[in-house]
Design a protein around this ligand. Structure first.
Ligand code: HAM
Length: 422
């Protein structure tokens, strides 16, 4: 036998046993997105590498260390998308649909990052993404927080924690960056290797360090929130006031900087203490400069992404894993004629009851074998066809989950009677 081909590390398949959970969670999220008037958009998984370099930022871990980048046959550098926002903006500019318009968009799909795989962290993972374009004020920030909170509610999750910060305008951030560099330069000897590497180009990311030895130093570092320009300050104050008016609990996290360079003003994360180290279920913020930076008309924007693997894990832990399995009918048919009738009945049932799950027995077998399969398939009822039923133009109906006994019904009546058994 030839060697078996292994899966790519950190890229698991989602198996039939798990997929019901995914469908349940996706359906809940889609229904909430619909309730907030968001429209779906699907963008390519592959983009020019330059798109991610210019948006997420060359000095971020995502672009510098985690992208799946390759050259196509035309020597063009392409990358698997590590996130969805950049591609959505690129498509929007291409198609002119931000031009003097507002847009609320959502998207779902796989993302790719070459990270060290562990529970809750994969190399292929899935996000539900939502982006709102053309809204200037903090009211859209509030609405996006309400929307995500409603998704947690729809899934019956125990409350997640909302953490917030403001990163100000690019100008105010420049000044802050300088102050931060001065501060960490003065304490160079205390920094670890990772932070030294970040000091020059991306000092804000030092604030994200999990190294316990650095925590006191980081705690005393200058805070972005103290460097906000007036407009950003008013925007943030406006948002905090609205959150209070809606009784939404939040924690001001002055160290929250996020791992992508495009953010301005509000940034936020929803976190949980139920998932160990991979605590962030959803993250996002405003990116008011990005559409213009990519060549579009200046368009204020905000968005966030939910990590689906993490959300599904939370749903599982909550025990409210309501899966909507449609009733299932299994057709047991022994003998050539019975098989032929079985196929006809299966098609008639699919026409009449599109929401039922109908499984016709395949691969032949005795009654005993076929009942075993019906049981294993989790059927609610089995329809039985053998020589006797064919001769008498009847069908046997056997409940598979309750104690009820098998009944014989007239073949002609089957379609109208079947709903009584479900
Ligand atoms: P992000 O914080 O990089 O933001 O990712 C958002 C969420 O995706 C994370 O909070 C986490 O739940 C999930 N996630 C990220 N990496 C992994 C991984 N390796 N394995 C499993 N889950 C993961 C963004 O991607 C931004 N594009 C969000 C955004 C949209 N900002 C504005 N619009």
């Amino acid at each position: 036998m030839s060697d078996q081909i292994k899966s790519v590390r950190g890229m698991p398949a989602i198996l039939p046993d798990e997929i019901k959970k995914w469908q349940y969670v996706e359906a809940a999220a889609k229904s909430v997105l619909n309730a907030y008037s968001y429209n779906e958009i699907r963008t390519p998984i592959v983009e020019r590498s330059e798109l991610f370099q210019r948006t997420i930022g060359e000095n971020t871990d995502i672009v510098a260390k985690e992208m799946y980048t390759f050259f196509d046959r035309n020597d063009q550098s392409l990358s698997l998308r590590p996130e969805a926002t950049a591609g959505i903006i690129r498509s929007g500019i291409d198609q002119g649909f931000f031009y003097n318009q507002t847009q609320k968009l959502w998207s779902i799909g796989p993302m790719y990052r070459y990270e060290r795989p562990q529970k809750g962290r994969y190399r292929q993972f899935h996000q539900i993404n939502m982006e709102a374009f053309g809204f200037q004020g903090p009211d859209i920030d509030l609405e996006m927080i309400l929307l995500t909170r409603r998704i947690w509610k729809a899934l019956n999750l125990s409350p997640l924690k909302l953490e917030l910060n403001s990163l100000g305008s690019p100008e105010s951030r420049k000044e802050y960056k300088r102050q931060l560099q001065n501060y960490f330069n003065d304490h160079q000897k205390e920094l670890d290797e990772d932070s030294l590497r970040r000091l020059d180009r991306n000092p804000l990311r030092i604030l994200d360090s999990k190294n316990p030895d650095l925590q006191t130093l980081i705690e005393s570092a200058p805070k972005m929130i103290d460097f906000l320009d007036q407009e950003s300050n008013e925007h943030f104050e406006g948002l905090l006031k609205m959150l209070q008016d809606h009784a939404i609990e939040y924690k001001l996290n002055k160290r929250l900087v996020r791992g992508l360079d495009y953010y301005t003003r509000t940034v936020f994360e929803w976190t949980t203490d139920q998932l160990g180290a991979q605590a962030t279920v959803c993250g996002g913020g405003r990116y008011d400069e990005l559409v213009a930076e990519l060549g579009g008309q200046a368009t204020p924007a905000i968005g966030c992404a939910i990590g689906l693997e993490r959300l599904i894990e939370l749903v599982e832990l909550s025990g409210h894993n309501e899966q909507n399995n449609p009733p299932k009918i299994y057709i047991v048919a022994v003998g050539l004629e019975a098989e032929g009738q079985g196929f006809l009945i299966a098609e008639e049932l699919r026409d009449a009851y599109p929401n039922l799950s109908i499984e016709m027995n395949l691969n032949g077998g005795s009654f005993k074998q076929q009942f075993k399969r019906a049981d294993k398939a989790g059927s609610d009822i089995a329809l039985i066809l053998g020589d006797d039923e064919i001769k008498e133009h009847t069908v046997g109906v056997k409940p598979m989950r309750s104690e009820g006994s098998q009944e014989t019904v007239d073949r002609k009546e089957l379609l109208s009677i079947i709903s009584q058994f479900l």
